[in-house]
Design a protein around this ligand. Structure first.
Ligand code: FAD
Length: 436
């Protein structure tokens, strides 16, 4: 493999991860060509079918900061300081994300974020963007990128950021498992009302309904994008506008009246799938080319912790870091990258699945709310020593893989302290009784 700068580097996919990586590599002086199957979304408009907005938090912001896009992205974002839970019966209630209520995750338009990254990539010397180029695979022995309706193109290093259904991953025939939830998702819109937001814009809204739920994130145009997460057969069951309206009036009564085009949206918008992809290894070393997967192509996760894009951005930062540490030695850098990231992406994949149960079910229970209040009280009391899982995932950049063990440790200490206090209280009471 040639020294850094000499090799032909291809990135597949000009999505969030592909663009960020192109900028990082371009800044290292590495010439890179990005192949994107879609036409340029800045000209053709954004593709529908993916989530319209995303929650970006500490990890994503830290990555964007590296390429000077943090502040610009925040200007295009709306902070959400907590969850607004809408139970079926009873009043909505606000649950702050952090103990002091000051921390927020940020609702940002996926299309705008992608546009900013594309603009930055395009203006980075050495980066070439090629749209409407569908990659079908990689011939690692010949060192060629295979394209639909075009001749193969030579490539020494291929970095595949082509999403959850990655063509590159499939062509490598890796050991992989794609685990689909029985739930799918569909997007609906709550438009502005009298020129303002129809719901509180400072919150991520959740309508927990047991096995299913709906969430809503605010947009800069004062609308909300709602996402229904339902078992797929439930979507199909509502097959007339009347059934849709009746269902929403019964199950989402406080928001049904805020969706004037509910039945149109419901009919038009597709049902997307939710998949967790686990595969290994993420790299393939052939005689002609070296390939590595990143972002959803390597580890798609379900969206219930709002971390897929944040995590994909972290991959890019890690690749860049590994190139620095190895002096630009691609094979060593990419094997270091996958070794460092795998445990982290496995950890967030599990936490994201677990958070689905929390969001659709637990958040509405009074016990859960009492536990949240107790957690925040502990966080205030033991600042820095007791930190909630949500805080560690969303408001820190500590590796995901360390979080479950840290939470277990904190809980053990807490249980021991509680037992200790109970024992001390017991002793105290016995002493008191003896004295009487
Ligand atoms: P993608 O964004 O999927 O980009 C892949 C790119 O590759 C696309 O541009 C695609 O057109 C291109 N491509 C695909 N195939 C080919 C091919 N054969 N040849 C050339 N190009 C190709 N994450 C968060 O952090 N916060 C959230 O709130 C959040 N909400 C979500 C809500 C939903 C409903 C879903 C489904 C996901 C959500 N995510 C969220 C996850 C996030 O969308 C993904 O993790 C993120 O987009 C991954 O980025 P990526 O660049 O790896 O892949």
């Amino acid at each position: 493999m040639a020294a850094e700068g000499g090799e032909r580097v291809a990135i597949v996919g000009a999505g969030l991860a592909g663009c960020l990586l192109a900028v990082l590599l371009g800044r290292r002086g590495i010439a890179v060509t990005v192949y994107e199957r879609r036409p340029d979304p800045r000209v053709a408009g954004a593709e529908r079918g993916r989530s319209i907005n995303l929650a970006v938090s500490a990890r994503g912001l830290a990555a964007l900061e590296q390429v000077g896009l943090r502040d610009q992205s925040l200007k295009q974002a709306l902070p959400m300081h907590g969850r607004m839970v809408h139970p079926l019966a009873g009043a909505q209630n606000f649950q702050p994300y952090s103990a002091g209520g000051e921390r927020a995750i940020n609702s940002i338009s996926r299309a705008e974020l992608n546009r900013s990254l594309l603009d930055t990539a395009e203006s980075t010397p050495g980066v070439t963007l090629r749209f409407s180029q569908r990659v079908t695979g990689v011939d690692v022995e010949a060192g060629a990128l295979l394209l639909e309706d075009a001749d193969p193109e030579p490539a020494d290093v291929v970095l595949a950021g082509d999403g959850a259904y990655s063509a590159v991953r499939r062509s490598l025939r890796l050991d992989e498992d794609a685990d689909f939830l029985e739930h799918g998702y569909k997007e609906l819109t709550v438009p502005p009302r009298d020129g303002g937001f129809a719901l509180d814009p400072d919150a991520l809204h959740i309508w927990p309904r047991g096995t299913s739920m709906m969430i809503a994130l605010p947009n800069l145009d004062r609308s909300f994008t709602c996402t229904l997460f339902w078992p797929k057969q439930d979507f199909a069951a509502l097959d007339t506008p009347e059934k849709v309206t009746a269902y929403f009036e019964r199950h989402y009564p406080d928001v049904a009246g805020l969706m004037p085009d509910l039945t149109g949206d419901y009919e038009r918008n597709p049902v997307g799938s939710l998949v967790t992809v686990r595969c290994w290894p993420w790299t393939r070393y052939g005689r002609g080319a070296l390939v590595a997967l990143l972002g959803d192509a390597a580890h798609a996760i379900v969206p219930f912790f709002g971390q897929g894009a944040n995590c994909a951005f972290e991959d890019c930062i890690e690749i860049d870091r590994c190139l620095t540490e190895t002096g630009g030695d691609w094979p060593r850098a990419l094997s270091l990258y996958q070794e460092r990231r795998k445990a982290n992406t496995d950890a967030i994949a599990e936490m994201a699945l677990d958070n689905f149960v929390e969001m659709r079910d637990r958040v509405s229970s009074p016990v859960y709310r009492a536990k949240q209040a107790a957690t925040h009280a502990l966080e205030r009391r033991l600042a820095g020593r007791y930190v909630s899982r949500y805080e560690l995932v969303s408001f820190s950049t500590i590796p995901y893989a360390r979080i479950p063990a840290r939470i277990r440790r904190q809980n053990r200490v807490l249980a021991a302290a509680a037992l200790g206090s109970a024992a001390a209280l017991g002793l105290g009471l016995r002493a008191l009784v003896r004295r009487r």
